[in-house]
Design a protein around this ligand. Structure first.
Ligand SMILES: [Mn+2]
Length: 356
């Protein structure tokens, strides 16, 4: 392999200590992550920004490090961000004005498709960009230095190593709690609160170390998962009451209408996650959540589908991407969607047909 092809491989070519040294030598750093940041994206950037500002003794309005976010943010993001300096581009491109950081540190992605709002800013600065990621694929040319930990359940694992190295500590258990808290959020959310198959002894050891610093894990759980309005629960009751099981297809169908949202006072986004509820039933292999709307052009039904990853009585998992393709939509094999110009009853028939 030539050095050039090696350079363009999505592989690690640096260490947490080397990144800590680079941070030491870099006066100002912008911390970037993928658009629509999740817990791991927010947690890794906030922890690193706080470590950098702590190390460099930043005070007042001037920060050595700031976090940049693009697109919609989780409802709890503000609380986690607190006083840490951030910029947020709700839509479109990030425009940092005259601020030209000496270094750029990207976490939790290395893919151009997820960095679109920053493309114009990044392209002339790739030689001063560092990536810390745990995804299997990425565009290596984005950063000359890369720490790619595909074995990590969350990117906060290598981010914690960098924080420890930067602050000259012996272990993550010595981190200040304001750094440990966002790291814990990243670790817990990327593992489904320590449920997914990605949980390893290393994950639990880091979680233990972070708890040692005083992280209030039950307050974090409440902040992330126990702040719904009652109207969402009422809407969920409507969705569950609509449940139909088509036994011969191992299919669960649920539906909501404009009237259901009106009756419960729920907001349009409040049905998010409902499609996952029937996964708790053993015989259900595939779920379709239907939402019927009326607009200027007539009736429109939005379909959200899920398929369980495990085989059931010798039958392979169902590819809901293929099913939604037939209906004019698509997505992933396990999670997919479509929109059809038809009412609920017609849409249900179409789904059953598409399942073959
Ligand atoms: Mn992640």
């Amino acid at each position: 392999m030539t050095p050039e092809t090696l350079m363009n491989q999505w592989t690690t070519n640096t260490t947490p200590q080397a990144i800590a040294d680079w941070i030491d030598q870099t006066e100002t750093i912008a911390l970037l992550t993928h658009a629509k940041p999740d817990g791991d994206a927010l947690g890794s950037t906030l922890a690193l920004a706080r470590a950098i500002n702590l190390k460099k003794g930043t005070t007042g309005a001037v920060s050595a490090a700031e976090c940049w976010y693009a697109g919609p943010m989780p409802s709890w993001a503000k609380k986690l961000i607190g006083n840490t300096k951030i910029r947020h581009a709700e839509t479109g491109e990030m425009n940092p004005g005259v601020f030209d950081p000496q270094g750029v540190l990207i976490t939790n992605t290395g893919a151009w498709t997820q960095l679109d709002p920053y493309r114009a800013f990044l392209e002339p600065r790739l030689d001063r960009t560092v990536i810390v990621d745990h995804h299997l694929q990425g565009n290596a040319e984005i950063a000359s230095r890369r720490l790619i930990c595909t074995d990590a359940a969350a990117v906060v694992q290598p981010a914690a190593d960098i924080c420890v190295a930067l602050l000259g500590l012996g272990s993550p258990s010595e981190l200040p709690v304001e750094l440990a808290t966002p790291l814990y959020v990243g670790l817990a959310t990327d593992t489904g609160w320590f449920k997914h198959s990605s949980v390893t002894p290393e994950v639990m050891r880091l979680a233990g170390d972070l708890l040692e610093t005083g992280v209030d894990h039950s307050a974090l759980f409440a902040m992330l998962y126990q702040r719904d309005r009652a109207s969402r629960l009422k809407l969920m009751a409507k969705a569950l009451a609509s449940l139909e099981v088509i036994h011969e297809k191992n299919l669960a169908l649920m539906s909501l209408t404009d009237q259901d949202f009106k009756d419960t006072g729920a907001a349009p986004g409040d049905s998010g996650g409902f499609v996952d509820l029937p996964q708790s039933v053993a015989s259900i292999r595939v779920i379709a959540m239907l939402t019927e709307h009326h607009d200027a052009e007539g009736v429109l039904t939005k379909i959200s589908m899920r398929s369980k990853p495990s085989a059931w009585e010798g039958k392979d998992p169902i590819d809901v991407n293929a099913v939604c393709n037939i209906l004019g939509g698509g997505g992933h094999a396990r999670a997919s969607g479509a929109r059809v110009r038809a009412d609920l009853a017609t849409t249900k028939k179409k789904i059953i047909e598409a399942l073959g």
